[in-house]
Write a protein that binds this ligand. Structure first.
Ligand code: AMP
Ligand code: MG
Length: 350
């Protein structure tokens, strides 16, 4: 299949591109869609055949549910069995935006879209192209991240092309994603709200709005950094570069010394090694491949660049990658959650 990329520029001609994309989705096809979090692989959420195509294109296990994207509050009611009061409070504050809420589903949403679950994940994106595309299609777009399963998510149309070329007919290029990390997921299907994935909306923002929130124990990166995980390496990798990624945790000077030490060892065995560092420390490393992810004083930049840097590591054929930890105040939990999973829990504490 030929994969077309259409660059959008905010002008009147965007309408034709969005209408073409909407037509494809209504016909059961998939489209690469820009959103403020990461690019999505968009299909009609009400069409079981479209959801099956999404799983096939990503190579994603069919029990891993998709997020349904809506553009208007009134479109929520038909797809859920009830709307809890907490959802109204949260939507009032954070929708449209990077927050996904989980509800008990209605019969309108097929089980193919929810990976066989009786619950449905719903998000209302703020990106104007995503919103226009939802309105141009059936009003319900199922869209997981547009990466091939297991790889880092895509934050540009070019990255979607890398993973989806030949598999989907169209990618809408809306420029780089603003946030660069997937949405926060909060489960409202039970009596106490439960955080399932940290993301663009922080835990403290949610707590300020709702009060008590449970944290799912399977979330990585929420532990005190000093507390070592009980079973390192037990969980499968996700968001992962091809090389072996190792996070080095500890006081800044010790981290720099430890990474330089590990680097020398790697180079002496002929391994191609790379480093992911903050702007503040990047010039302290002796390796050839040192990438600054941004300043520790600009956590939005670190979040925006994380997946892009992980993908760059593949292009550089890095066999070993050492990364600093980035426990920034608001987005640190989400950043570290992705980094720890990308590293398959490979962490050196110094
Ligand atoms: P992605 O679209 O790639 O960000 O993946 C969607 C995420 O949403 C996955 O981690 C799913 O497990 C999660 N998700 C979607 N629907 C549900 C649901 N009904 N219950 C729990 N998690 C969900
Ligand atoms: Mg994903």
């Amino acid at each position: 299949m030929y994969t077309e990329i259409i660059r959008l520029n905010g002008g009147a001609e965007d309408e034709a591109a969005i209408s073409k994309a909407g037509g494809l989705i209504k016909a059961g096809e998939l489209v690469g869609m820009p959103t403020e979090t990461v690019y999505g692989l968009a299909g009609d959420a009400l069409n079981p055949a479209s959801s099956k195509k999404i799983y096939a294109a990503k190579g994603r296990p069919s029990d891993n549910p998709l997020i349904v994207h809506i553009s208007d509050w009134d479109h929520l009611k038909p797809i859920v069995s009830e709307i809890p009061e907490s959802a109204k409070l949260l939507a009032d504050k954070f929708w449209p935006g990077p927050l996904t809420l989980i509800f008990n589903k209605s019969d309108l949403i097929p089980l193919e879209t929810t990976g066989g679950l009786e619950t449905v994940a719903v998000r209302m994106p703020i990106h104007p192209v995503a919103r226009a595309l939802i309105r141009e299609s059936t009003g319900y777009i199922a869209a997981p991240s547009a990466n091939a399963s297991g790889r880092p998510s895509c934050t540009t149309a070019e990255e979607v092309y890398e993973d989806m070329n030949g598999l989907i007919p169209l990618i809408l290029d809306g420029g780089p994603s603003d946030i660069g990390l997937e949405s926060t997921i909060l489960d409202l299907s039970d009596s106490v709200p439960e955080l399932l994935r940290p993301g663009g909306i922080s835990l403290s923002e949610l707590t300020a709005c709702l009060g008590n929130i449970k944290i799912n124990p399977a979330i990585d990166g929420v532990l005190d950094p000093a507390q070592k995980p009980k079973a390192p390496g037990m969980k499968y990798r996700h968001y992962a570069p091809k090389g072996r990624l190792i996070i080095v945790e500890g006081a800044r000077d010790k981290v720099v010394a430890a990474i330089n030490h590990e680097l020398m060892k790697a180079l002496s065995t002929g391994k191609r090694a790379a480093i992911i560092a903050s702007e503040e420390t990047a010039n302290k490393y002796k390796g050839d491949i040192v990438r600054s992810i941004g300043s520790l004083t600009d956590e939005s930049e670190i979040a925006r660049r994380l997946f892009n840097i992980l993908r760059e590591m593949d292009k550089l054929n890095a066999e070993l990658i050492f990364a600093e930890a980035f426990h920034t105040p608001r987005l640190g939990m989400a950043i570290m959650n992705r980094l720890i999973r990308a590293a398959g829990h490979n962490i050196i504490y110094v």
